[in-house]
Design a protein around this ligand. Structure first.
Ligand code: S3P
Length: 175
């Protein structure tokens, strides 16, 4: 089984996917890290030197690469991954997907302190950031909501989320 965590920037996909992989004794891959490894550049540098369209093409190519085998794994996607090309279709076909859903307030507050490496929001002030998140989440929610499961992240710790996911996986997705 492949387990995919998706959701907006700052929703904690990588942290939770790592904890989940370790609890389930499965390998963990973060798609952004995989892209950086393959391209030998940071996400910020890829956006700056080649532009977003190039990044989206590579993102889709590497997602296919990661889904195109029978290995069990936990994967954390980038915030935009489900929203481009036929990525969400592939995700639904090849994996069990979990949408980590945060409110506009939760997400914008978390992103305030960690926007530097994120090219889409790096130049925004706090007020612009909240506005951007609200608009962007609205545009993306149709993609995110196609995930098999939706988990609310507001006011929950990583450990609480991990326990919640483990219960769901054991109940509904274990053979
Ligand atoms: C993006 C999210 C980022 C990264 C890139 C674009 C997006 O991943 O893939 O900066 O479009 O939301 P994280 O969600 O891991 O920050």
């Amino acid at each position: 089984m492949k387990i995919i965590l998706l959701g907006y920037m700052g929703s904690g996909k990588s942290t939770l996917a790592k904890a989940l992989a370790s609890a389930l004794h499965l390998p963990f891959t973060d798609l952004d890290d995989y892209i950086m490894d393959k391209e030998k550049k940071s996400i910020k540098e890829i956006f700056e030197s080649k532009g977003e369209i190039y990044f989206r093409l590579q993102e889709s190519k590497y997602l296919k690469e990661l889904l195109d085998n029978n290995n069990n794994a936990v994967l954390a996607l980038g915030g935009g991954t489900p929203c481009y090309a036929n990525n969400m279709e592939l995700i639904k076909k090849e994996a069990v997907s979990f949408y980590l859903k945060g409110s506009i307030a939760t997400i914008s507050q978390r992103l305030r302190s960690e926007k530097q490496q994120r090219p889409l929001i790096a130049s925004l002030n706090d007020e612009q950031l909240t506005e951007f998140v609200a608009k962007h989440l609205f545009e993306r929610r149709n993609f995110y909501e196609q995930a098999d499961e939706t988990i609310s992240i507001d006011q929950k710790s990583t450990d609480e989320l991990l326990q919640e996911m483990l219960v769901m996986i054991k109940k509904d997705y274990s053979k």
